[in-house]
Design a protein around this ligand. Structure first.
Ligand code: PPS
Length: 293
């Protein structure tokens, strides 16, 4: 297929988006969630694929080895609002999923989540990652993902990130919006990428308690090993190498998987400017991130 031009960013109900996430809007908003659906919600680059793979292994790892060997994680966990005509439609993929529970990926800001997820009281796992590592990861992703807007150079990308002019909008609004929602909704588990890096076993335990699962110690250990960065990077079914639109000559999807890589990208001046802006926007949020471990 001939590569279409990169999409343009536009304002959509106050949030920057591209047509690939708004063209199917009515079908997304009218999506009929089932009570056992599990939504994995993140701002882009927060560890969505990692947590998707963990959940898939928890639910289906023991049951169907062929699923693990032949279906890429991005197909096992459809991306609800993604709609690229002739290529992918998350809503259509979800309707065809034969297994349950359905694991569903979204990057939507909390106010855009289809109402049936709240009506059905579905379990939602939100993953947040510190802003500095998120913007670095996002930059490299937009360089290699030809279905994303042109990233420009690092400094202009960073300025746009601070202005919230990224696909799916402002990082601050995203993490704060979901955090506030979590205060009144016990069906949301709010995880941090940095905690997952620090102690995957512990976070796996939190996920299992939240989901009401009790894998054996051996199963847990198997999962912990399979989801290690190096093992996922080698695994064609988990490293997104089958995804359309990616140019792996520019950057891998499984790039570094670290906390603190921002230090290899930010100049001292950029870091100071970023911190000042961050402090203003996050001042009233009772939400702490770690940028180093
Ligand atoms: S996306 O496109 O928004 O769905 O991307 P997402 O999966 O949320 O985030 C991609 C980043 O997560 C890193 N990653 C991991 N880190 C540690 N361990 C494991 N197992 C793992 N799997 C994915 C991936 O490398 C991207 O981060 P960066 O910093 O770019 O390496």
């Amino acid at each position: 297929m001939e590569q279409p031009p990169r999409p343009k960013l536009f304002d959509f109900h106050g949030v920057s988006m591209t047509k690939y996430f708004t063209d199917n809007w009515d079908n997304v908003q009218n999506f009929k969630a089932r009570p056992d659906d599990i939504l994995i919600a993140t701002y882009p680059k927060a560890g969505t694929t990692w947590v998707s793979y963990i959940l898939d292994l928890l639910y289906f790892g023991q049951m169907s080895p062929e699923r693990q060997d032949s279906i890429p994680v991005c197909e096992r966990v459809p991306f609800m609002e993604l709609h690229v005509p002739g290529l992918r439609s998350g809503v259509d993929e979800l309707k065809k999923i034969p297994t349950s529970p359905r694991l569903i990926k979204t990057h939507l800001q909390v106010q855009f989540v289809p109402k049936s997820f709240w009506e059905q009281n579905c379990k939602i796992v939100y993953v947040a990652r510190n802003a500095k590592d998120s913007v670095v990861s996002f930059f490299h992703f937009d360089r290699m993902n030809l279905l994303q807007p042109e990233p420009g150079d690092w400094n202009s990308f960073l300025q746009r990130f601070m202005e919230g002019k990224m696909v799916f909008g402002s990082w601050c609004d995203h993490v704060k919006g979901w955090w506030e929602k979590k205060q009144t909704k016990s069906n949301i588990l709010y995880l941090f990428y940095e905690d997952l890096i620090e102690d995957t076993e512990r976070e796996l335990g939190r996920l299992c308690s939240f989901l009401g699962l009790s894998p054996t110690a051996e199963e847990r250990e198997q999962i912990r090993r399979k989801v290690l960065f190096d093992n996922m990077k080698k695994n064609k079914m988990a490293n997104c190498s089958t995804d359309e639109g990616y140019d792996f000559n520019i950057s891998p999807f499984m790039r570094k998987g670290k906390v603190g890589d921002w230090r290899n990208h930010f100049t001292v001046a950029q870091s100071e400017q970023f911190d000042e802006d961050y402090e203003k926007k996050m001042r009233n949020a009772d939400l702490q991130f770690r940028t180093v471990l």
